[in-house]
Design a protein around this ligand. Structure first.
Ligand SMILES: Cc1ncc(COP(=O)(O)O)c(C=O)c1O
Length: 399
């Protein structure tokens, strides 16, 4: 069965088994070797996702957004695949620099920066920055001649799970005054960008944003436009099934065909590249019958690897490692994290077969915005990351 058929078959089952038979045997070997909780980073998934997105967006230059997951092995793999990188902080600059990535393979996309952050990125050799307001544009007056600026425009998106245009991006009508300020001070504006929101469930906002950006570029013909950056947003299937990436990108490619010759297109994918690359392995450490439901206490929760449930509004597919048919009837259950806080609940109103202390559960699609935002609240350490090459390969060894 190919990946898309598996995803579609889940949607039809009343208790979808997110772990297929072939997942279980290789996972059992990893569980025997590592103490829970731990996450498994499968580098072959990075290859698959990167190549799928590049095939769906031919000619578009991909800048992986480090914020989603910045494990050095993932970055090294993307570097070997020819990826570029989207950076937002000094920490991210220093991480890619330490891995031999060059400044001209990167863009700095944070719309709000301290001067020392601009300086550090320039020292690294990254000279393309994003701005979205007059105060930020003024910070670049002293760097005129040394930087190329991309202006971020806001296109609100109600259908995206995380609407990033609420916080960043100028209105289209503000573009002329930003360009005028830049030109008056000899600052080179070279592109427009937008990010319609993460986990976008429809490509329409993004394709409309492309068309609006193309129109704005044509009107502002005093600018030597070199780039259009269409942001991230490319969705993955969590509990819900999303459009296959080719179908999601087809309307974007159609809108991009209206771009004037010679303008290069960038994208900043984070979630799409990294989400499917990690699973989390946790154990049941406690069990209590409370009212009609059984509460299972796990050794990691929303303060750790499941932090994306709080910050990223994600709900991960979860299943016991034991085959469903060995476990019996499905009963109303709650999965709770280990900390002393009552908000630390991973899944409520979930139906699960009866489990025992020591049983293992697996969370899937846990590579993006999970460990990246995990804390060590209550002094629980963050789950360690085990790196493998292909989790479905029976010969799998941790790298
Ligand atoms: C500026 C910027 N670029 C790219 C991304 C990555 O977006 P996604 O994970 O939706 O691909 C984000 C996410 O917050 C972002 O803020």
């Amino acid at each position: 069965m190919d990946k898309q058929t598996i995803i579609e078959s889940f949607a039809e089952q009343s208790h979808p088994d997110v772990l297929q038979m072939f997942d279980r045997s290789s996972l059992e070997e990893l569980v025997a070797k590592h103490e829970t909780p731990f996450m498994v980073l499968d580098l072959s998934e990075i290859d698959y996702q990167y190549k799928s997105l590049q095939a769906a967006l031919p000619g578009v230059k991909l800048f992986y957004a480090l914020k989603a997951l910045s494990h050095p092995e993932l970055i090294k793999r993307l570097k070997s695949l020819g990826s570029n990188f989207d950076l937002a902080t000094i920490g991210e600059v220093e991480l890619v620099e330490s891995l031999g990535i060059k400044g001209d393979q990167c863009i700095h996309t944070h719309p709000i920066k301290k001067d020392k952050e601009i300086q550090r990125a320039l020292d690294f050799g990254c000279n393309r920055f994003v701005v979205d307001n007059m105060a930020e544009m003024k910070k670049f007056i002293k760097y005129a001649g040394k930087v190329e600026l991309i202006i971020r425009v806001s296109f609100r998106s109600k259908q995206a799970v995380v609407d990033l245009s609420r916080k960043f991006g100028c209105a289209l009508e503000e573009l002329p005054q930003l360009v005028e300020l830049a030109q008056k001070n000899g600052i080179e504006v070279v592109g427009l960008s937008f990010h319609v929101g993460s986990q976008s469930l429809s490509p329409m906002t993004q394709s409309n944003a492309i068309r609006a950006s193309v129109a704005a570029m044509k009107v502002m013909n005093s600018v030597n436009w070199k780039f259009l950056d269409i942001g991230g947003s490319f969705p993955v299937s969590y509990q819900e099934t999303v459009l296959p990436i080719d179908d999601f990108c087809a309307p974007l490619m159609e809108a991009l065909s209206e771009l004037p010759e010679g303008i290069e297109v960038f994208a900043e994918p984070g979630r799409f590249i990294s989400a499917p690359s990690m699973i989390e392995v946790v154990s049941v450490v406690g069990k209590a019958k409370r009212g009609a439901r059984t509460w299972y206490y796990l050794d990691d929760g929303v303060y750790g690897g499941f932090s994306g449930q709080m910050f990223d509004h994600a709900s991960y597919p979860l299943a016991p490692l034991k085959p469903f048919d060995a476990l019996g009837e499905f009963l109303p259950s709650v999965l709770a994290g280990p900390t002393c806080d009552s908000i630390d609940v991973v899944a409520e109103d979930i139906e699960l077969p009866e489990m025992q202390i020591g049983d293992i559960l697996i969370g899937k699609q846990m590579g993006a915005y999970t460990i990246a935002s995990a804390t060590e609240f209550n002094y629980y350490p963050k789950p360690k990351v085990v790196v493998v090459e292909d989790i479905f390969d029976p010969e799998t060894e941790a790298l």
